[in-house]
Design a protein around this ligand. Structure first.
Ligand code: BES
Ligand code: MN
Ligand code: ZN
Length: 518
C-alpha cells in the first residue's frame, strides 16, 4: 500500500473516500466543520437525526454526498474532544481502517491526523493510522489454492492532507516510519502464521539470508549444529535432539552507522579494523525461534496443539524489527539472534531428569522437557556477549503462566535494569503495544534449585513466568537485559486466529527513540 501527503481543499478533493472525524458533542472537528458548511448542514443533520452519535469507533458511510467531490464520505466517531487520548485515537483509526477496507474504494483521503492530541506529534498520529491500515488490509492466503477476489483488499493508496510545510515534513516522517513498521509487522505475521512443516529452522535461516540480500545494511550468519557443538551449546542442542529438523542459530547484524561502511560489514575480517573505530555498541535482540513445540517427552495435550507453531513468534518479531529499522535506515547498530529448533518426542529426545551443560558452563537438570524455550535461549544469551552489547532484550512465547497473569493485553516484562524496564514500559504505552513488569526477586530464584545440577529448568507451579525469567537471568549477568514474555500477545486464538505482529511496534518505538538519543 502507498501513503502520501497532499494539499488542497477537502471539499473539492476528488477522492474515492474522504475520512472525517466526528465528536460526540455539538463541537465539530475542523474537517467536519468545513464539510458541514459546504453541504448545507449535512453533518449537523446526521447528528440531529441520531444517524450518528460520534462515540469512539462508530462509523457511517455516506455515498456520493452532495456539494462534495468525493465518491464516499466515511464519518468516524471520535468521542468527546476532551477525552481524546492515544488509546481513543488508536480506536478511531482502527475503526476507520476496518470500515474503509469494507468498501470498494481504491484510495482515500484521511483527515483524522488533525485530531488534537496534547503531547503527541503529527508524525506519531500518521504512523498510528498507517499501522491501522496495515493491520486491516493484512491477509494470509499464501497456502490457499483458491484466492477469493472478494477477500482481497482493493485499497491501494491513502493520502494525508497538510496545509503548512512543517506539517508536510512531519507527515512524511510518519509515512516513512509507518510504512517500514508495517512491512516489519507483515513479515513477522507471515513467518508466524506459516505452519511448522513449512517454517522450519532452516526456512528461518533462509529468510535471514533473504533479508540480507534485500538490505545491504544487514549481514546474516547462520550457525549449524557442528558450529554450535564447538561453542558448547549443550542446552540448545539437547532440545533439537528429538527432531529430524536440524537446529540453527540465526544471526542478523544491522549496521546503521554510516551508509557505505555498512556494506563493508558484509565481509567479515576485511573491514573489521576500520569499522571498530567509534562503532556504537549494539542493541541485541534475542528471539525464541521454536518452530513447533509439542512439549517433547513431556508431551502437551492434543487440543489446540496446532497453536504451538506460533512458538517462534519471538524470533519472527526479531526478523520484523530488523527489517523495519533497515527500511527506516535508523542510525544505530542492532543484532538479531534467533535460536531455532523444534521440540518433539523421540527415542533420542531429552528425558525428564537429563542433565545438560550450557555454553556458559552451568549445568541444567531438565525436569520438564516442555520448558525448552529457556534451554535454547540461555545459550543464545551467552553467545550474545560476543557482540559487546549495550543492551540485550529477549522476546519469547515462554510461559502459559504469562497468559494467565496478563491475558492478551500486555507482554510480561522482567529486567535486571530499572532504567531499561521503564523505557520499555513507556515505549509500550506510546506504541499501543503494552508490557507490564513483574519482579525478579532472588526468593523466586530459589525455586530453581536442583539436587543434581546447578539449576533445574522449572521452578514448580507458582509464579511460572517469573521463575522462567529467573532462569534466563542466570545467563545475563554481564549486561543490561530485559525479557519480554509474549505468550499472550503474539497471536490470537479462536475465530480471529492469527499472529498479531507484536511486539514489533514496541521494539521499533524503542529503537526509534534510541536512535534519537532518548
Ligand atoms: N511455548 C510454551 C509456552 C506457551 C504455552 C506459550 C501456551 C503460549 C501458550 C513453553 O515452551 C512451555 O511449554 N512452557 C511451559 C513451562 C512449564 C513446563 C514450566 C508452560 O508454560 O506450561
Ligand atoms: Mn514448551
Ligand atoms: Zn515453547
Amino acid at each position: 500500500m502507498e501513503f502520501t501527503t497532499s494539499t488542497g481543499s477537502i471539499i473539492t478533493a476528488r477522492t474515492a473516500c474522504l475520512i472525517v472525524g466526528i465528536y460526540d458533542s455539538r463541537k465539530l472537528t475542523p474537517s467536519a466543520q468545513t464539510l458541514d458548511e459546504a453541504t448545507e448542514g449535512l453533518i449537523k443533520t446526521l447528528l440531529k437525526n441520531g444517524d450518528l452519535k460520534g462515540t469512539v469507533g462508530q462509523t457511517l458511510l455516506v455515498p456520493a454526498p452532495q456539494g462534495l467531490q468525493c465518491e464516499r464520505l466515511l464519518l468516524v466517531g471520535c468521542g468527546k474532544e476532551k477525552e481524546l487520548n492515544d488509546r481513543n485515537y488508536r480506536k478511531v483509526v482502527q475503526a476507520a481502517a476496518k470500515a474503509l477496507l469494507g468498501t470498494k474504494a481504491k484510495e482515500a483521503l484521511c483527515t483524522l491526523a488533525e485530531l488534537p492530541l496534547p503531547e503527541l506529534e503529527l508524525d506519531w498520529k500518521v504512523r498510528q493510522a498507517i499501522e491501522a491500515f496495515g493491520h486491516a488490509s493484512y491477509r494470509f492466503d499464501q497456502l490457499k489454492s483458491e484466492k477469493k477476489d472478494e477477500d482481497k483488499p482493493v485499497l491501494r493508496k491513502v493520502s494525508f492532507p497538510h496545509t503548512t510545510r512543517g506539517e508536510g515534513a512531519l507527515i512524511k516522517l510518519g509515512i516513512l516510519q509507518g510504512h517500514a513498521i508495517n512491512d516489519g509487522i507483515a513479515l513477522t505475521k507471515d513467518l508466524s502464521n506459516l505452519p511448522g512443516n513449512v517454517c522450519t529452522p532452516s526456512y528461518l535461516a533462509d529468510q535471514a539470508r533473504h533479508l540480507s540480500r534485500q538490505h545491504k545494511s544487514i549481514k546474516a550468519t547462520i550457525l549449524d549444529e557442528k558450529q554450535m557443538e564447538k561453542l558448547g551449546m549443550g542446552a540448545l542442542l539437547s532440545v533439537a535432539r528429538g527432531s529430524r529438523q536440524p537446529p540453527r542459530l540465526i544471526v542478523m547484524e544491522y549496521n546503521g552507522q554510516g551508509g557505505a561502511s555498512a556494506a563493508g560489514g558484509r565481509k567479515p575480517g576485511a573491514a573489521r579494523g576500520t569499522e571498530a573505530k567509534n562503532k556504537q555498541k549494539p542493541v541485541v535482540l534475542v528471539g525464541k525461534g521454536l518452530t513447533f513445540d509439542a512439549g517433547g517427552i513431556s508431551l502437551k495435550p492434543a487440543a489446540g496443539m496446532d497453536e504451538m507453531k506460533y512458538d517462534m513468534c519471538g524470533g519472527a518479531s526479531v526478523f520484523g524489527t530488523i527489517k523495519a529499522i533497515a527500511e527506516m535506515e535508523l542510525p544505530i547498530n542492532v543484532v538479531g539472534v534467533v535460536p531455532s529448533s523444534e521440540n518433539l518426542p523421540d527415542g533420542d529426545a531429552n528425558k525428564p531428569g537429563d542433565i545438560v551443560t550450557s555454553m556458559s558452563g552451568q549445568s541444567i537438570e531438565i525436569l520438564n522437557t516442555d520448558a525448552e524455550g529457556r534451554l535454547i535461549l540461555c545459550d543464545a544469551l551467552t553467545y550474545s556477549k560476543k557482540f559487546d552489547p549495550a543492551i540485550v532484550i529477549d522476546i519469547a512465547t515462554l510461559t502459559g503462566a504469562c497468559v494467565i497473569a496478563l491475558g492478551s493485553q500486555a507482554a510480561g516484562l522482567l529486567a535486571n535494569d530499572d532504567e531499561l524496564a521503564d523505557k520499555l514500559l513507556e515505549c509500550g504505552q506510546k506504541s499501543g503495544d503494552r508490557a507490564w513488569r513483574l519482579p525478579l526477586w532472588e526468593e523466586y530464584d530459589e525455586q530453581l534449585k536442583s539436587p543434581f545440577a546447578d539449576m533445574a529448568n522449572i521452578g514448580g507451579r507458582e509464579a511460572g513466568t517469573i521463575t522462567a525469567a529467573c532462569f534466563l537471568s542466570r545467563y545475563t549477568k554481564d549486561y543490561k537485559w530485559a525479557h519480554l514474555d509474549i505468550a499472550g500477545t503474539a497471536w490470537k486464538s479462536g475465530s480471529e486466529k492469527g499472529a498479531t505482529g507484536r511486539p514489533v511496534p514496541l521494539l521499533t518505538q524503542y529503537l526509534i527513540d534510541k536512535a534519537k538519543g532518548n
